[in-house]
Design a protein around this ligand. Structure first.
Ligand code: CA
Length: 729
């Protein structure tokens, strides 16, 4: 009976909120606090009915997340997505006593990028291949597992590994987006599917790697695929039954057809040429943040398709809403405001990176701000009510622009940064960005934002013979000319410019507070806590705790695999835990080749790792990559054949098998592959697709037998070259 009354209060409170004008919601918050108390106590319910409601998360609970700090209810913990835990049992004074409490081995060897959700002692986490696990958060015991059976062949339609960045939990269900574009609602009690919708056109190279976000019984999901040539959009579905409620396209379609919205009609005026035949890009593959007070949902929009604007929109133009933060009406999905970080985007400078909401005192006035550190290397602070530009400063090495004009909010571009002719432009940041999806965190006690940063410039060569391909990247950039020169001195110089570091940034002063340098790029996402802690995993395979105020290193432990995902903190059984989904992967383990190994030869051992004070569980040894054993056959192809093979490799294979055929640690290194010993074995893989289930589909639509033989010749030549370099004094 009590349960029913409580549910009724909850429902009434939420409907009152839903029906109210979103912009009036602030005035309702005191009333809402009453509802929150009534809704947030699953344990009391269990005393009434004998069975606790599983994952009974709703908007009132998320808005009052600070009142139940032992839970991690949504992607960034609360709707502000600050990734700040109010828990203090683990703190700067005792973090040195942290130890492993439990670990859970995952059934995949690909990259792990998910933020676990923890509700009332249960952890819900997605893994590579969009699989979902429910675990006991105190013990790591498996409660249930769900596998959406994503076809292995889908792996060739994703740029940056078959990853998934997390689930959303709402009213007894767990929501996951799958690599092949489905959105699935699962019963949180047992993992059984409740409904499934296809959010993308299956025939097109769309993918989903991002976490859904939920508010007002709407589950919002975006997609990826801009490297391959798709048109981005974000969709809201009814959490109850999967009905499509609204959709916002981020770039305009064919202007000879009706525009989907007024926003698209306006955006089309900023494009030229026939961009819609190339997709246009602008995918919303990560950041989606709801603002319950303003009734807005902010989306981070990705890069152009193709990257090269001279091909995509040959007459120039801003190309809205590429590389923009866009605010939408949360009820209707209609455009409210936008801020474009990189007008006329041409360097893969997505603005999909995580968005954090905060109230900051700037020039004596408390402002409602939104903050982002996108790929382009500038840290932005905007007024989130209006989209007004407040400030931006570079947080990494930046050469494409000298600054942001404070009057217009537009970048002051370096005139040599664009590439369209025969000469390359060597630009920082490169396409991997100064900061990618790895979550940053904001600590309101220190006033600092903690950002996993990298310096990795890139020589952009225009592909002046651009032709759209069915399989693989459509960027308009020549990766063959950009590949790593195999001249030791030149290579050493390029590698020495690639860096990774954890940066503590003051968003009001727009200045560095402290930093910790790492050996290489692509380190993990960040957690900060009220215990004056910052916790981060590294590409080199450590999990480290620092003092949030000054960066002092307090504790570290070997994770025995590279860590990309951000840790979370929660309570279970009365104890505080810090947990992370560990497992090397992502873009640096694939396309950039040798640069991905700068932090060491750490492989993928996919696990959930959970730590507590006094934890004493031992992690099994291992995790290092085996040394490569090159055993290439003797083959004396012509220089022309090797050059043709090199060209074809960097056109079709580089995205997964690495620049200059060097594996970044995730997939087999082809220089050392037994498959290059025989033309028949090689062609069976490349042309017949015998390893399609592993993601290596047939390339017969793009390559013939001579092409495959040329690629094999290039790989053999690279193996001999690598042997010779290793033998050199
Ligand atoms: Ca991209």
């Amino acid at each position: 009976m009590k349960h029913t009354i409580r549910q009724s209060i909850c429902t009434t409170g939420q409907e009152a909120l839903r029906k109210s004008q979103r912009r009036m919601a602030a005035t309702l918050l005191p009333a809402l606090a009453f509802v929150v108390v009534a809704c947030g106590t699953g344990e009391d319910d269990s005393q009434d009915s004998g069975q606790a409601a599983v994952a009974a998360v709703d908007g009132a609970r998320i808005m009052a997340a600070d009142s139940e700090p032992g839970n991690w209810l949504t992607h960034g913990r609360n709707y502000d997505e600050q990734r700040y835990s109010p828990l203090t049992a683990i703190n700067a004074d005792n973090a040195a006593k942290l130890g492993l409490a439990w670990y859970y081995d995952l059934d995949t060897k690909r990259g792990q990028e998910a933020t676990p959700i923890v509700v009332d002692g249960r952890m819900f986490v997605s893994t590579a291949w969009s699989m979902v696990k429910a675990l006991d958060a105190a013990t790591g015991e498996l409660l249930w597992a769900y596998d959406p059976q994503v076809p292995g062949t889908k792996a060739v339609e994703v740029c940056c590994d078959v990853v998934n960045r997390g689930v959303a939990v709402w009213k007894g269900r767990v929501y996951v987006g799958t690599l092949d574009g489905r959105l699935i609602a699962l019963d949180a009690a047992n993992g059984e599917p409740v409904w499934t919708v296809q959010t993308t056109v299956p025939a097109l190279p769309y993918s989903i790697t991002g976490a859904p976000r939920i508010f007002d019984d709407k589950v919002v999901i975006g997609n990826g695929g801009a490297e391959f040539g798709v048109r981005g959009y974000v969709s809201a579905y009814d959490t109850d039954d999967g009905e499509l409620l609204w959709r916002f396209h981020t770039v305009p379609g064919d202007p000879s057809k009706p525009f989907e919205s007024k926003a698209m009609e306006l955006a089309a005026k900023t494009w030229t040429g026939e961009w819609w035949t190339m997709g246009g890009g602008g995918t919303v593959w990560d950041a989606i943040v709801f603002d319950p007070v303003l009734g807005l949902v902010y989306i981070g929009v990705g890069n152009g398709a193709p990257w090269n604007q001279a091909i995509r929109s040959p007459g120039g133009g801003d190309n809205l809403f590429l590389a923009s933060i866009v605010a939408l009406d949360a009820d209707t999905g209609e455009y409210v405001w936008h801020y474009q970080t990189t007008p006329g985007e041409t360097w893969d400078y997505t603005a999909t990176q995580p968005l954090i909401l905060a109230d900051l005192e700037i020039d004596g006035i408390t402002r409602k701000v939104i903050m982002q550190a996108p790929k382009n290397g500038f840290f932005y602070v905007l007024d989130r009510e209006t989209g007004e530009f407040i400030s931006a400063k570079p947080f990494a090495t930046v050469t494409w622009a000298s600054g942001i004009d404070p009057e217009t909010g537009r970048p002051i571009e370096n005139p040599t940064a664009r590439y369209s002719g025969p000469a390359p432009s060597f630009v920082a940041p490169g396409p991997v960005g100064a900061h990618s999806w790895q979550p940053m965190a904001y600590n309101p006690q220190t006033g600092l934002v903690y950002i996993p940063v990298q310096d990795a410039a890139f020589p952009y060569f225009a592909d002046n013979n651009y032709e759209r391909t069915e399989l693989g990247f459509n960027t308009g950039v020549d990766f063959n000319s950009a590949s790593m020169p195999q001249i030791p001195e030149v290579k050493a110089q390029i590698m020495s410019g690639v860096k990774g570091f954890l940066l503590a940034w003051d968003p009001v002063a727009q200045a560095e507070a402290w930093r910790v340098d790492y050996p290489g790029p692509s380190n993990g996402g960040v957690l900060t806590t009220a215990g004056n802690l910052v916790v981060q995993g590294t590409a080199g395979g450590e999990l480290i705790a620092y003092r949030a105020d000054n960066g002092q290193r307090l504790w570290s432990t070997p994770a025995r695999t590279g860590v990309l995902a951000a840790p979370v903190s929660y309570e279970a059984g009365g104890e505080q835990y810090i947990a992370v989904a560990a497992g090397w992967g992502g873009v640096f383990a694939l396309a950039p080749g040798e640069i991905g190994l700068l932090s060491g030869r750490v492989g993928n051992v996919s696990r959930i790792l959970a730590y507590k004070l006094g934890g004493n569980v031992e992690l099994p040894p291992g995790g290092a990559l085996a040394e490569l054993a090159f055993n290439p056959p003797e083959l004396e192809p012509s220089d022309e054949t090797v050059a043709q093979g090199m060209f074809l490799f960097h056109r079709h294979c580089v995205v997964c098998h690495g620049d200059a055929a060097v594996s970044g640690g995730l997939l087999p290194d082809l220089r050392a592959s037994p498959a290059i010993a025989s033309p028949e074995a090689f062609q069976a893989i490349v042309l017949e697709g015998v390893r399609g289930d592993l993601g290596m589909v047939s390339y017969a639509a793009e390559l013939d037998g001579d092409d495959a033989e040329a690629i094999r010749a290039y790989l053999i030549a690279r193996a001999h070259e690598s042997l010779a370099l290793a033998d050199a004094p």
